[in-house]
Design a protein around this ligand. Structure first.
Ligand code: KIV
Length: 259
């Protein structure tokens, strides 16, 4: 089992599709580590795990707890931790927080959202030795609505400039979220680092989904999610049967007791 490094991720551009999942727990990390190149500890955990309305209330401490758990249980994949909202408002704040994340979680890199506006911050973190993954297109930390991006000329131009800017600033990969296919293709063909798409077509160098979404554990099913199972329905069945068994005294049976 060979550890995936940033160098290996860079080499995959234009060669092999990069596989990524966003997840937050020990069991999920253990499973994904067998198959994924990159595991992201995404701040989507605020909504998926903690039931928040947006990702804006996720704290650095929460990201550190989950980052640490995932990293401990993912020996092979490259582990990236999301910097939550307002933890990278300027380069010094960003550095202090990113350093803390890396030191306490032992993860491989951090991800932050934004294009031209965060270029100075990315450059500073990279100069200080912190690997950064970019995130452009739909930015959940800064947008209230879930909306496809790049539908008109100005938006396309601006997101393309964002891609060039973060790539030139030194990120090792860019998450491209929810943009029209033609824009994803243009970005992928014009930046030197791999693009990782979510709702951004097959023309990206890799793909990412939230593990809970593709497993059918959430009710969130936008068009870009392919559901590989319906684990929520399975869990429902199991819990229903368990409570039935308890009420009818079928559980615990002789197999489950110490006599
Ligand atoms: O927070 C997250 O899980 C993410 C991915 C969906 C890209 O940012």
């Amino acid at each position: 089992m060979q550890k995936i490094t940033i160098k290996k991720i860079l080499k995959k551009k234009n060669k092999t599709p990069i596989t990524c999942l966003s997840l937050y727990s020990k069991t999920m990390a253990e499973i994904a580590d067998k198959y994924c190149d990159i595991i992201l500890v995404g701040d989507s955990l605020g909504m998926v795990l903690l039931g928040m309305k947006t990702t804006k209330d996720v704290s650095l401490e929460t990201m550190i707890i989950h980052g640490k758990t995932v990293k401990k249980n993912a020996k092979k994949s490259l582990v990236v931790v999301d910097m939550p909202y307002k933890t990278y408002t300027n380069k010094l704040i960003a550095y202090s927080n990113a350093k803390k994340v890396i030191k306490l979680t032992k993860c491989d890199a951090v991800k932050l959202e934004g294009g031209k506006k965060v270029v100075k911050i990315i450059k500073y973190l990279v100069k200080k030795g912190i690997p950064v993954m970019g995130h452009i297109g739909l930015l959940p930390q800064f947008s209230t609505k879930f909306k496809l991006k790049g539908k008109n000329f100005n938006q396309k131009k601006s997101i393309f400039e964002d891609a060039k800017a973060v790539s030139n600033a030194g990120v090792f990969a860019i998450v491209v979220e929810c943009v029209v296919e033609s824009l994803a293709k243009k970005i992928t063909e014009n930046v030197s680092v791999p693009t990782i798409g979510i709702g951004a077509s097959k023309y990206c160098d890799g793909q990412i989904l939230v593990a809970d979404d593709m497993l059918g554990l959430t009710n969130f099913v936008p068009r870009f999610v392919k559901k590989y199972s319906n684990l929520k329905r399975e869990a429902d069945k199991c819990m229903k049967n368990y409570t039935k068994d308890v009420r009818s005294r079928r559980f615990p049976s002789f197999k489950n007791i110490y006599s």
